[in-house]
Each structure stands twice: as C-alpha cells, then as structure tokens.
Design a protein around this ligand. Structure first.
Ligand SMILES: Nc1ncnc2c1ncn2[C@@H]1O[C@H](COP(=O)(O)OP(=O)(O)O)[C@@H](O)[C@H]1O
Length: 291
C-alpha cells in the first residue's frame, strides 16, 4: 500500500503518464472505496480561465455525454487544437473487436447488446493505449467514453489529476436520431451523419437544427453502420447511460470539475460556443492565423 500511495502521489505530477498507466491498472484492484476519494476542493466550473498548473503541462480532460451526443467530434477537434491525444475507449474496444484476439468474441456479445464492458477489460485496454503513447512521448489527454461507471471515476481520480470534465447535452430524441444516422467510411475511417435533425422550439426552449454531415463522393459507396447503432441497442445504451454513467456526472459536479454544455445545434454553431466556454477562442485564432 505504501508503494501504491507513493505512486499515487507521483502520478499527479506533470510528466506522469507512465505512472498513470501503471497505477490505473493497479488501481482497479485497490481503489474502489468511498474512503479513497479526494474530497471536493474547487469551486463550481464556469467559463474557464486556464488554471496555472495547466499552463505548465498539457491538459487532462474528460468528455462525458450520452451515446451520439458528439463526444468524439468535439474531443477530436480539441485534441488537434491543444496537441494532446484523443483517447476514446469505444475506439479501443472496436480495435480489439476487429482483431482476431481471444477477447474479440467476448466483447462482440457485450457491445452488440449495448452493455458495458467490464471495468477490468476497459482499464486494461486503456493502460495498454497509455503505455503505447508514453513510448511515443505523448503527454496530457482528452478521454472520451471513460470513465463510464462510478468505479472507473474513483480509480481515475485516485491516480491522476483531471482538470476538467465537459458534459455534452442533447435531448434524447435527438440522440436516437443521431445514432441511427451515423455512418463510417470503411475505407478512410471518416465519420459522417445522414440524419437531418430539425426539432422545433417549444415552451420557451430553443429548437435544434443539425444539418446532415454527408460524405464526399469517394466515400459514399463505402459507408458502414456500427453494429450497435440499431434502434433497440441505442435505446439500451441510453438506458445504461442513465443508470451507470449519470452518477459519474454528480461525482465530478461535487468536485467542482463539471462543465455542463448544452449543444445549441450542429458543429458550426456549437464549436465556437464551446471554445468560448473553454476560454480557448484566442488559442483557436492564433492557430488559424499560423496555418
Ligand atoms: N469506459 C467504458 N466502460 C465500459 N464499456 C465501454 C467503455 N467505453 C466503451 N465501452 C464499450 O464500447 C461501446 C462503444 O463505446 P462508444 O463508442 O464510446 O459508444 P457511445 O456511442 O455509446 O458513446 C460501449 O457501448 C461499451 O460496450
């Protein structure tokens, strides 16, 4: 336990990804009790000035949000903007599924029913990904799809300092339509969406319009739909999100790390608003000017 405690303390320092991945793996068996949680410390999160220690190291952010909300899209954009890896546990699971490893059969049954993979398997895939990143000199991260259970959140909180958790929100009928409209190009891996969302505003609530994100002609004939993006499975994933992942929002809210972000529409409207909420508008304009 002393060695673990030493590692835990060290894992909160700037160049700690190596320790982080080691400890994440150890943490699964050691860190699950209420007593191991750090007490809430920071004030509630609003539009964010970057914290001082964030200026000295790369960001360690988490994206939360229901299936189909757009975590991958916005996490990917922020990762390119900030120069940190975007690590999506759903992608790690799909990579494993497409391999011929022994885990693939076990995983396909779980994923195709919309269930969650066990904490142990997810932690092991995540640790492997972090270790690979370390050898390439990566630092910082934007996690997408992890943590998804309270236990995963407790383990993560125990081993490293998460700066910010961005919780993306959309109404459930929009989420369902977006999931059913998702397509991936089997050749280049590009993500598209054939759904056109046009929800009228009601009772003072604004409407939501999201234009389809159509593929270029060279991808149009190669589109595939994820096996877990059927109506029945998406509804089950939403149910499981509400049961298993909603408590994770509260976990971070109590620690003052949760930034709620209601998506106002498609990427064109949402991206600038997200940059403003994250106080990154200057960052984006400097990068655009340099490009
Ligand atoms: N942190 C996690 N814990 C458990 N299972 C996970 C986790 N991340 C991904 N998965 C598995 O991979 C599937 C796909 O994940 P993801 O691409 O993030 O889907 P979604 O579109 O539902 O956000 C999930 O339905 C689940 O089976």
């Amino acid at each position: 336990m002393a060695a673990l405690t030493r590692l835990l303390r060290a894992s909160a320092t700037p160049s700690s990804n190596c320790l982080f991945s080691t400890v994440v793996r150890r943490g699964i068996s050691s860190l699950s009790s209420e007593a191991d949680r750090k007490p809430p410390s920071s004030p509630p999160v609003g539009p964010l000035p970057l914290r001082k220690d964030q200026k000295e190291r790369n960001v360690q952010w988490v994206f939360l949000g229901c299936p189909g909300v757009g975590k991958g899209t916005y996490a990917g954009r922020l990762s390119r903007l900030l120069g940190v890896p975007h690590i999506a546990t759903g992608d790690l699971v799909r990579e494993e599924l497409s391999s011929s490893g022994s885990l693939a059969d076990e995983l396909s049954g779980i994923v195709n029913q919309g269930k969650l993979v066990s904490d142990e398997i997810i932690i092991s895939l995540l640790s492997k990904r972090l270790e690979e990143g370390e050898t390439k000199g990566e630092s910082g991260f934007i996690l997408d799809g992890f943590p998804r259970t309270l236990r995963q959140a407790e383990i993560l909180e125990g081993v490293t300092d998460i700066d910010l958790v961005i919780n993306l929100n959309l109404p459930e009928d929009v989420l369902l339509k977006k999931c059913l409209g998702r397509r991936i190009c089997g050749h280049c891996g590009g993500n598209f969406n054939v759904a056109c969302i046009d929800i009228k505003g009601e009772n003072g609530k604004p409407g939501i319009y999201m234009a389809p994100l159509l593929p270029p002609p060279e991808c149009a004939s190669k589109l595939i739909t994820r096996a877990d993006d059927t109506e029945e499975v998406v509804k089950e994933r939403l149910r499981i999100y509400n049961e298993m992942t909603r408590p994770v929002e509260e976990f971070y809210r109590r620690r003052g790390k949760l930034l709620e972000f209601d998506l106002p529409g498609g990427i064109t409207e949402s991206w600038p608003k997200l940059l403003r909420a994250l106080n990154l508008v200057d960052h984006d304009s400097k990068q655009s000017a340099a490009a």
